[in-house]
Design a protein around this ligand. Sequence first.
Ligand SMILES: CC(C)(COP(=O)(O)OP(=O)(O)OC[C@H]1O[C@@H](n2cnc3c(N)ncnc32)[C@H](O)[C@@H]1OP(=O)(O)O)[C@@H](O)C(=O)NCCC(=O)NCCS
Length: 176
Amino acid sequence: MFTIIPLVPSHQPAIDSLLDDRFGPARRNRTAYRLRDRTELLPAYSFVALDGDQLVGSLQCWPIRLKSVGGARLPLILLGPVAVAANREGEGIASALMRASLAALDADDSPPVLLIGDAPFYGRFGFSAAATRHWELPGPVDHDRLLLRGPTTGLPRIAWVEAAASGNPSRPAKVA
Ligand SMILES: CC(C)(COP(=O)(O)OP(=O)(O)OC[C@H]1O[C@@H](n2cnc3c(N)ncnc32)[C@H](O)[C@@H]1OP(=O)(O)O)[C@@H](O)C(=O)NCCC(=O)NCCS
């Protein structure tokens, strides 16, 4: 049994421990961290899974943005990492975290959501690599794993993904 609740700062030590377990200490060298390290968590879209007082899963979201060749900047949300305790896999915890976060994002008419992850898992939540083929990040990325969810009409074909200032993202640019 588990419950999904919004992430609060007191969860952070247990989240760090979970992420070290699932991704290893070298996780901080990953490209996604170069985006996250310069911004602040979005608590409205970040959730944890608890079993009693034990943290068994977490999902975090961050504000980032996309810069086009012409210099225009569009807000995006970076989703991840998603992690579930190794001894609790296959119980639907990650899926429940995804549903909670995406419901909160959709309720706020959020900007498109970007993540780096396995398309076979995230595809079921509407993520696809179709729009991101020519997007560059501040580090190496496997473009088959650079996945976007949300309206893609009007998004630049060639663009740079960069960290955004902390705080709430602005509403998505309304592009025709
Ligand atoms: C990936 C992870 C989050 C999945 O958590 P989980 O709670 O076991 O996932 P759920 O129980 O909600 O979903 C399980 C389903 O997803 C599938 N799945 C899980 N990981 C998958 C992957 N990497 N690729 C494809 N499918 C995957 C399972 O086969 C299962 O499919 P089914 O519903 O058809 O049987 C968990 O294994 C984990 O923390 N892994 C280590 C960290 C990681 O890789 N995080 C993701 C990158 S940010």
